[in-house]
Design a protein around this ligand. Structure first.
Ligand code: SF4
Length: 233
């Protein structure tokens, strides 16, 4: 897209600080069901599901964990079977060797250092083998006290299209979003973008004509007729 067109589009929609409020409000109204798609019933299952979700879909993880969580109920259970058995049990999520290694390392540390419990603090979660910032962010956010904003592929694409960041690197994108999004929305904001990304702002064919954000989005492909401010709702 030519640079002049991009700046014109940015001017048309206005500064991101003024747009973020309406963007969140409209996404909340459009996706009231926006929550994590992974299934889990306790903190350990949440941690395992998020670790398994790297490089695969949530649907795929749910299919695998349905049986996995029947068989493995405590951190000790993951260490009680031969490595190959755990590898087989999670094989369908892909990268099963690395994931098995990370799971076993994490379970050993949970037992040794955290009394078999999943720690609540971000800094402790980040010490667990194979747990990177994105995983830790999801776990902390789902437990109700987000310390950051999860940036996955949808969050990255939509933040860029909506002109909320110019960054490419997820850590820098998160930094931009943290400055912009009010803290009370840190938990839900990624889910809103993820669901909007799946249903409307699809990677290769964004449905701009039916998008509730099309007058707030510099990447919109529809000509939005802008009414004078006094006639807008
Ligand atoms: S207007 Fe188009 S590009 Fe912008 S968020 Fe909506 S679907 Fe995505």
């Amino acid at each position: 897209m030519p640079r002049s067109y991009v700046s014109e589009a940015r001017r048309r929609v206005g500064p991101k600080k003024q747009r973020i409020g309406p963007i969140i409000e409209r996404l909340v109204a459009a996706h009231p069901d926006a929550t994590i798609a992974l299934r889990f019933e306790n903190d350990l299952q949440l941690l395992v599901a998020v670790m398994l979700s790297a490089q695969t879909t949530d649907v795929n993880v749910n299919r695998v964990t349905e049986r996995l969580f029947e068989k493995y109920r405590t951190p000790e259970d993951y260490l009680a079977v031969p490595v190959e058995e755990l590898e087989n049990d999670i094989r369908a999520t892909g990268f099963f060797r690395q994931k098995t290694k990370a799971l076993r390392g994490t379970m050993a540390m949970l037992i040794e250092e955290f009394d078999g419990q999943v720690p609540a603090r971000m800094e402790d979660l980040l010490r667990l083998p194979g747990v990177a910032r994105k995983t830790a962010n999801v776990v902390v956010a789902e437990r109700g006290a987000a310390e950051g904003i999860v940036v996955d592929t949808h969050v990255r694409r939509l933040s860029q299209r909506l002109g909320l960041t110019r960054q490419e690197d997820p850590v820098k994108i998160e930094r931009d979003l943290i400055k912009l999004v009010p803290r009370r929305y840190w938990n839900v904001f990624p889910h809103l973008l993820i669901w909007h990304g799946r249903r409307v702002c699809i990677a290769r064919r964004p449905q701009c004509e039916v998008c509730v954000l099309n007058d707030l989005c510099p990447a919109s492909r529809v000509e939005v007729v802008r009414l004078p401010s006094h006639t807008r709702a």
